[in-house]
Ligand binder design. Sequence first.
Ligand code: SAH
Length: 390
Amino acid sequence: MSKFFLRKKVGDRVINGHPWIFGNELGDSEGEAAPGDIVEVYSSNGSFIGKGYVNPASQIRIRLLTREKNDVVNAQFFHDRILQAWEYRKQIGYVENCRLIFGEADQLPALIIDKFNDYFVIQTLALGMDLWKDSIVAALNKIFSPKGIYERNDVPVRELEGMQQQKGFLSAPFDTKIIINENGLKFHVDIENGQKTGYFLDQQDNRRAIQHIVKGAEVLEAFCYTGTFSLHAAHYGAKKVLGLDISETAVAAARENAILNGYQDICSFEAVNAFDVLKKSVTEGKRYDVVMLDPPAFTKSRENIEKAITGYKEINLRGMKLTKPGGFLVTASCTNLVSPAAFLHTIQEAAKDARRKIRQVTWQTQASDHPILWNVPTTQYLKFLIVQVL
Ligand code: SAH
């Protein structure tokens, strides 16, 4: 197995538990390594750090899989890691639907697996992980005997690893339009063509957090995707709910979800640009008891963080203006590029501009089946806030 040595003057990030090693952090190496190979990593003075997979084509040159010298990275290794992750999900009570593998936080960098009851959706986002796909699928078959496994590798980030985007079955073909249960509701999930893996499991606890503020309320939800928050609002007693999303497919699914749960008289959905509608609704003097905002990331790169902040500020400012005095704003941000502090600051600035006082009700993050590994800051990405707008 070839060996890679860290440069002398690299920070403590890797030593302290971060699994990524960038090209410019590496010095000498011994032996040949093909792209995707498992290699050993040592500090500059020769002490063992860990084993991981290498990709010369990627800026993240090595991602560590283990810090144990005796670990052998083989099919059994992946089986055991997946089993451990499953035991953890069961322990914390995320069983029926869960993010089974959350990459770095489960010591399987660049691997995502969502479990939707008996169906599994996989993303292998780095070459070194992609090469183990067969072993990963074998492990899922052994542990879960699933009804179906699907690959959603239609993700641009794979190109940074020199791989193509692709999607398809990793099991016998099955009907990829499934129905899942969540918090006593049912949702259509389109595993093949839905956004990301088909459904945003990371908000499952946050959807429950709106329970007490929506009773009898008139609710506006912008960026509603398949209507998950809107339907929770109806379920928890809202009088009327309007959901907005730019995607026609998402809105069609949201309408189907309303029918599936018998809330078609309470919930309606429109395929529109939420920025335009929020602006227009303010001008028209519309007011709601509860406004909910869960926009897309707005940026994928550090260079554009300011653009994202501007976007958050604009929609939250309008959201507050649309909220009746004493009503509630439910707002989220799903990119790790905007820190919790920066997000809260943006909300504060929006409140100032809207000339409204806000009182914090709930401040939380992604559901615990997306664990936050403290040595890997990017594993914390979701911010979820409910404020009363006075
Ligand atoms: N709250 C949802 C997830 C929302 S994801 C859930 O928990 O299931 C963000 C959504 O914003 C996507 O569905 C995307 O189609 C939508 N979107 C992106 N830009 C938009 C725009 N300008 N106007 C309205 N919706 C938009």
